[in-house]
Design a protein around this ligand. Sequence first.
Ligand code: DC
Length: 229
Amino acid sequence: MKKIIIAIDGFSSTGKSTLAKLLAQQLQYVYVDSGAMYRAVALYVLQNNLTNGSDLKTDQLIHKLPLIKVTFENNKVLKSSEVYLNGTNVNEVVRSMEVSNVVSIVATVPEVRQQLVTLQQQIGRQKGIVMDGRDIGTVVFPNAELKLFMTASANIRAKRRYEELAVNDSNLSFQAVLDNINLRDHLDSTREDSPLFKANDAVEIDNSNLSKQDQFEQVMKLVNSKLES
Ligand code: DC
């Protein structure tokens, strides 16, 4: 059976990873959450005091890059891959607001991007992969057979993210989540190296008013047409 690369890009909290996981499960493909890799590096930054308030100590981070090993391991119970930083499972902690608040800045550093893109390309060498992120269809796999670009209104995205995070954080405000999403949209789309934009050959999916099931069915039609071509 032919194997393809499915690249899913889009704004934060548009449900990229939910869709990517479903696709990988259905197709028996490997799922890679590239955002989790940037988040793992951001966690390293926090753990090693490589920020001064909102300023990143970029030179020190670049110097430390060879010491930062980001890997994925399969959780056999949950049947999903989880991100590790230097051998420690950081899958949960990388989702925290502390990490969310610095990750977009960390992701502007070209040396960080270079290291992670090389790793992503190695993981995708065998095809049969679904990867989500911001530059997957434009930089990491410009020849991916199927490229999706996901959008939804900022308010709807903040509501989804807030409901997810508020379970573990009763002090969290909706406004803080919305502000973080707006800021990350801005940083992700305007950074110099590999900004977020829709590749010419990507299919845009606005899921503001689309159920997960309808979205999945729409995308599976696209996948099947690529597998048959
Ligand atoms: O998808 P996410 O919200 O977990 O991504 C976290 C941050 O990482 C996001 O603000 C931008 C950055 N990122 C990136 O620059 N390139 C990618 N391929 C994936 C994520």
